[in-house]
Design a binder for this molecule. Structure first.
Ligand code: CMC
Length: 392
């Protein structure tokens, strides 16, 4: 009741109070629990960042090793879960497999459904953090037709994921430390981003008191779209398309400006960043570093640099405050690491998981938290009388 205001895309409406992530879009500031993203990316690890987001404080050495060992106890998937992968078509998108299998976890772990039981909340959180890399690696193995590789608990979180993804029985796999460090950093940079589409989805689904697996599965589906996490795959496809047309950056920029067929410069623009995206700044540097450390040159990087340069000097983009976002350079790094385009958004999901979970916990624990239920402005016919079918 009362006055309902329309706010398309929630441009101005705060739906929640949150103490997880601070973001200042005018100045390009991003902090997790008060810690600048730049410091966490440079000095931190993904697991301690996950702990920080979920628990509110950086862990002590003991807390971190306890957290790590708890996670490693849950990395295996139930053997019956493997059978889900047999049912998926081989060309299934890994994001679809990821969300389906996460949803299916709620069938295996019915003992951790109750969001109001602290122990159950904790165990479902640990299970998700532990199993998502395994679920993601199995999806990749399905797509290439290789046997799955079971988790190895002597390895760190990222090394274990890389091994499950890239190791094959025929040869020993030793992850490149450059790749491990870069992927860890990228996961940190993706770990939370306040009320984005997928996080708000997790909160909205969770607000009905659905279990954590169900809420996170919904978040994964929201992330998949090309305007959100799916942008990293879309950027690479855009770069490949420009490459196939002979590297003609100017024609592409013209198409974007003319809004031809709704073409957008993927990896550009953001709802809240209006000067620059601090994550993109770090990632652009990392792209150079990783490619040179791996001894890979990539013509697509040159196309990306040319696109960025053109756009930043063009009034269309400048007047609309469109700058490269987190997704503009990540795909190039993932590609250099050996991931196919279809896995890029899965990597985003691995990174974003702690943020989703942290915000779900925050919501569940908030006293007086209510079910999410937007209002509407009705535009249909106000009232009319039913007409029997033979008279229509
Ligand atoms: N290329 C061309 N024009 C654009 C772009 C773009 N990438 N982004 C926005 N615009 C234009 C848009 O056409 C509109 O123009 P006009 O005023 O003439 O109608 C104006 O800029 C404002 O755009 P909007 O769609 O109202 O902005 P939004 O805040 O609703 O959308 C966005 C934000 C990120 C969805 C959008 O910028 C976009 O589609 N970017 C490309 C997809 C992308 O890179 N997404 C990743 C976002 S960051 C990480 C993540 O969330 O996963």
């Amino acid at each position: 009741t009362g006055l309902v205001t329309l706010d398309s895309g929630y441009g101005n409406t705060a739906a929640y109070k949150s103490g997880v992530t601070y973001l200042d879009g005018e100045q390009g500031i991003l902090r997790y629990r008060g810690y600048p993203i730049e410091q966490l990316a440079e000095h931190g690890t993904f697991l301690e960042t996950a702990y920080l987001l979920i628990n509110g404080e950086l862990p002590s050495a003991d807390e971190l090793s306890g957290f790590r060992s708890e996670i490693t106890q849950h990395t295996l998937l139930h053997e019956d879960v493997k059978r889900f992968y047999d049912g998926f078509p081989r060309d299934a998108h890994p994001m679809a497999m990821l969300s389906s299998v996460v949803s299916a976890l709620s069938t295996f772990y019915q003992d951790s459904h109750n969001p109001f039981d602290e122990r159950q909340r904790h165990i479902s959180t640990i299970r998700l953090l532990a199993k998502l890399p395994t679920i993601a690696a199995y999806a990749y193995k399905k797509s290439v037709g290789h046997p799955v590789v079971y988790p190895s608990n002597e390895l760190g979180y990222v090394e274990n994921f890389l091994r499950m993804t890239f190791s094959v029985p025929a040869e020993e796999y030793i992850p490149d430390p450059v790749v491990v460090a870069a992927l860890d950093k990228l996961l940190i940079l993706h770990a939370d981003h306040e009320q984005n589409c997928s996080t708000s989805t997790v909160r909205l689904v969770g607000s009905s008191q659905a279990n954590l697996f169900a809420s996170i599965s919904a978040g994964i589906n929201a992330l998949w779209g090309p305007l959100h996490g799916g942008a990293n795959q879309a950027v690479l496809e855009m770069l490949e398309q420009i490459q196939a047309s002979g590297g003609d950056v100017d024609t592409f920029i013209r198409k974007v400006k003319d809004k031809e067929d709704g073409v957008r410069l993927m990896g550009f623009g953001h709802r809240v960043y209006k000067s620059f995206d601090p994550r993109a700044k770090i990632i652009k540097e990392a792209a150079h570093d990783v490619l040179s450390a791996l001894g890979k040159s990539d013509e697509l990087l040159d196309i990306a640099l040319a696109l960025e340069e053109r756009a930043l000097n063009d009034d269309y983009f400048v007047s609309r405050n469109l700058y490269p976002n987190v997704d503009f350079y990540t795909g190039l790094i993932y590609r250099a690491m050996g991931f196919p385009n279809s896995m890029f958004t899965v990597l985003f999901a691995l990174g974003r998981l702690p943020g989703w979970v942290a915000q779900w916990h925050e919501m569940i624990k908030e006293p007086g938290s209510r079910i999410g239920r937007p209002r509407q402005v009705y535009t249909g016919v106000v009232e009319r009388d039913y007409i029997p079918v033979e008279q229509r």
